[in-house]
Design a protein around this ligand. Structure first.
Ligand code: HEC
Length: 141
């Protein structure tokens, strides 16, 4: 029995070390058209959204360790695909208007920022007043 346990433990260690060699995408492409919004709005987005929705992701140490790295990399890839503040000004105004609506929708429903993110980055949690500011920005013009 002890032998089996030892073998299983060894296999787990080997697997853990092995998966560290699987390559994970962790790039920050150049910022080409950063969003042009009032400073206070930008500050909110920078603090609460930019890690997944911009090309200025800060990759923490645990984002470099598999299997967490797979989750983080996936969230960033998926997040950028839906909304990328670093390329915002390149979008057609119709697309921007649509995204603004979606942003307020997500924030209003507390869907964004993702819970797993605010758990690790408590300062990214949106206060009522910040949500109000986003609402004003997103529903104007
Ligand atoms: C931890 C990463 C992460 C953070 C932080 C984050 N998002 Fe997201 N966001 C995602 C991912 C992943 C998706 C795509 C999958 C989904 O819709 O859940 C997404 C999708 C979206 C979408 C598109 C929704 C749709 O229906 O297509 C909007 C809008 C959005 N996020 C806004 C925000 C805003 C605004 C913030 C900051 C207040 C934010 N997100 C913070 C990861 C994140």
């Amino acid at each position: 029995m002890r032998r089996v346990k030892r073998i299983i433990f060894l296999l787990l260690v080997i697997t853990f070390v092995g998966i560290q060699f699987i390559e994970v995408e962790r790039t920050n492409p150049p910022v080409t058209a950063d969003i042009n919004a009032p400073t206070e709005i930008k500050t909110i987005f920078r603090t609460s959204c930019y890690d997944c929705h911009s090309n200025e992701t800060v990759w923490p140490w645990y984002s470099k360790i598999a299997p967490v790295s797979w989750l983080v990399s996936n969230d960033v890839k998926d997040g950028r695909k839906h909304l990328n503040f670093s390329e915002w000004e390149k979008l057609y105004s119709e697309k921007r208007a649509k995204l603004k609506k979606e942003i307020w929708d997500e924030v209003n429903k507390d869907e964004m920022p993702l819970d797993i993110y605010t758990y690790l980055h408590p300062s990214a949690k949106l206060e009522m007043i910040q949500k109000d500011m986003i609402k004003k920005w997103a529903t104007n013009d």
